[in-house]
Design a protein around this ligand. Structure first.
Ligand code: KG4
Ligand code: ZN
Length: 343
């Protein structure tokens, strides 16, 4: 079975083909150059760009997979969560294609796709596992027991990790997109020069909160202009200390979650998982605890059609098809079995 996956939830226009064993193609057109001048993604412009690019991106994905649309068995599309306009473009296009070509069709949850993305490259990756999903809009930790059987162990109360990276970048005068820029700067900095506090939940909850960290960075920059100007403390040092705090927070929550459960596999996915230091520290954390650690390669951490095609494959295999009445759902939640609601 060959599945075409379409992803347009934010600023990556992507289409991919997955055949149940391997990714036959994964074409990603990043709109980052268009949005950079605005310092962030402009939803209306993103939607228009998806509209312009998607047909060619789909053609290229089919071409690279050496398949015609006729040879495709099903079409999967992200229908949420994400930006309304961009989602509507992808969903409408995929519906039209599936209807006109008479293909099986299914809508995919973008966060579920990130959560399951480690399956794409690792034959040894199996349920159950603890999956950290860190993206522009989410900082969630799930325990995935099987396909569709997810427990939400921690989620974000305010800013997501990626959002915090993007906002910190702005404060540090680094260009959009902030995450990769902060991580590049952090490599050259000394995190030990500054200690930013980690947010502690009063109710002992596992949830994340990064808005306090963002404020700490802002105050630090405002109050230490002399040190910054004299070079005693550099932008790189602040970036390193900020990144270290995010990593420590993620490690602490993960440790608490794993302590109470007999889980032997840990994974991380989503855009922030492209952060090399975060991956390295999680690998060490896992080795120390003798648990397996899996992370997708960077191209499969950030938004991509392959993860949508993968979930689409698993859904269509199980007969989980969507009707032509499916609509974009910007606030779509993962269906949770047990433990907590997604916030
Ligand atoms: O999953 P993703 O591509 O899109 C969403 O679904 O949100 O994640 C995008 C987020 C952005 O906030 C971006 O700054 C962040 O991932 N990001 C990173 C890195 N690369 C991308 N954050 C930290 N370090 C990186 N290397
Ligand atoms: Zn994403």
């Amino acid at each position: 079975m060959k599945i075409l996956g379409i992803e347009t939830s934010c600023d990556e226009t992507s289409a991919a083909v997955y055949d149940g064993k391997k990714i036959l193609s994964n074409v990603i057109f990043s709109q980052v150059d268009t949005h950079r001048i605005y310092g962030g993604v402009v939803p209306e412009i993103a939607a228009r760009e998806h509209l312009n690019r998607l047909p060619a991106v789909v053609d290229e994905a089919l071409c690279k997979a050496q398949l015609t649309l006729k040879q495709i068995d099903g079409i999967a599309v992200t229908y949420g969560p994400g930006l309304a306009g961009p989602l509507i473009v992808g969903v409408s296009y995929a519906k039209g294609l599936a209807y006109a070509a008479g293909k099986k069709f299914t809508g995919v949850n973008h966060i579920e796709a990130h959560l399951l993305s480690p399956f794409l490259e690792n034959k040894d990756f199996t349920f159950p596992y603890a999956g950290i999903v860190v993206s522009g809009g989410h900082t969630n930790i799930y325990i995935a027991n099987d396909f569709g059987g997810y427990e939400l162990m921690a989620s974000t109360r305010d800013d997501a990790a990626g959002e915090a990276f993007d906002k910190a970048a702005k404060m540090l005068g680094l260009p959009y997109p902030g995450g990769p820029e902060v991580s590049k700067a952090a490599m050259k900095g000394n995190h030990k020069k500054i200690v930013f506090p980690q947010a502690q939940m009063k109710d002992n909850s596992m949830d994340f909160s990064f808005s306090g960290l963002k404020t700490s960075v802002l105050y630090y920059i405002q109050r230490n202009q002399d040190k910054i100007k004299s070079g005693e403390v550099t932008i790189e040092d602040i970036a390193a200390a900020f990144q270290k705090t995010i990593i420590r927070t993620i490690l602490n929550k993960t440790a608490k979650i794993l302590k109470n459960r007999k889980i032997k596999t840990l994974s991380i996915a989503g855009g922030v998982a492209a952060n090399i230091s975060l991956k390295q520290e999680l690998k060490k954390f896992s080795d120390d605890r003798k648990i397996n650690f899996f992370a997708p390669s960077n191209l499969l951490c950030t938004d991509n059609g392959a993860m949508i095609a993968y979930v689409g494959y698993e859904r269509i295999k199980r007969g989980l098809l969507s009707g032509m009445d499916i609509e974009a759902q910007p606030d779509l939640k993962i269906e949770i079995k047990g433990h907590g609601e997604e916030k």
